[in-house]
Design a protein around this ligand. Structure first.
Ligand SMILES: [Zn+2]
Ligand SMILES: [Zn+2]
Length: 243
């Protein structure tokens, strides 16, 4: 309740930075300080999953993508999931600060445009299981996809791909356990497969951790007939999850 009333107040009061609450000129932006505190992901990085490399590397893909290639083709992630990047993701997901979505989507559009992969037919947000959606009441990936769609001029496809299995939290799992955890979590019904057949899809999520969730979605969409599936996520976890 406190969160909801806070969100309503935000719309009435003078605009503030969704991360640090500093006064800003316009709703839907970050203050200059928070903007510059985000850590952009630049080269060198994995060409498949966008994992930043600590040093110049001869390999084009990271060890994880080399060992178990993901089912998506390329991932685009503008910032590192650390400090301000993490604050922003949590503010959107748990703080209900919807005003952050347009600013985040503008940043997500950058690497997508730069890669110039030939255009997408649709944006597909990573779905929440319906029980999770009932308790959270919104899907943060859908909010980002709506803003990113306006930014790129690409329609959203919000139904068809469903999260049919409620999976336990991925928080403490390593990559292999995450892959097993979400392997059969997503589905497309036979009657909805036509939505995705022959389409070039940009899947949208808030955070890319190991890529297991995005890969499971891409596998399901390709099984339904999608030609290609790339991923746009606002933030990327930099270090492989241990344990
Ligand atoms: Zn700020
Ligand atoms: Zn990789």
């Amino acid at each position: 309740m406190k969160r909801v009333s806070g969100t309503l107040l935000d719309a009435l009061l003078p605009p503030r930075c969704p991360v640090c609450r500093a006064r800003i000129v316009e709703h839907g932006h970050l203050c200059g300080g928070c903007w510059s505190a985000l850590e952009p992901i630049a080269d060198p990085k994995c060409t498949r999953c966008s994992l930043p490399f600590a040093h110049e590397s001869d390999g084009l893909v990271c060890g994880a993508c080399h060992a178990t290639p993901p089912d998506f083709d390329h991932a685009f992630t503008p910032v590192l999931y650390a400090d301000k990047g993490r604050s922003l993701v949590l503010a959107l997901k748990y703080g209900g600060l919807f005003a952050a979505a347009p600013a985040m989507a503008r940043m997500m559009a950058g690497p997508v445009r730069a890669a110039d992969r030939g255009g997408y037919d649709m944006l597909v947000p990573v779905p929440l299981h319906r029980f999770r959606l009932l308790s959270r009441r919104f899907n943060q990936s859908q909010l980002l996809a709506a803003s990113l769609g306006r930014e790129l001029g690409i329609p959203n496809q919000n139904f068809g791909l469903i999260r049919s299995k409620s999976t336990p939290s991925q928080g403490t799992l390593n990559r292999n356990k995450r892959i097993k955890n979400v392997r059969s979590a997503f589905s497309v019904s036979n009657s909805d497969a036509v939505l995705f057949q022959g389409k070039n899809i940009l899947l949208v999520d808030d955070v890319l951790t190991t890529g297991a969730t995005a890969s499971a979605c891409a596998k399901t969409l390709k099984k339904a007939g999608a030609t290609s599936v790339d991923v746009a996520a606002f933030a990327r976890v930099g270090q492989p999850v241990s344990g």
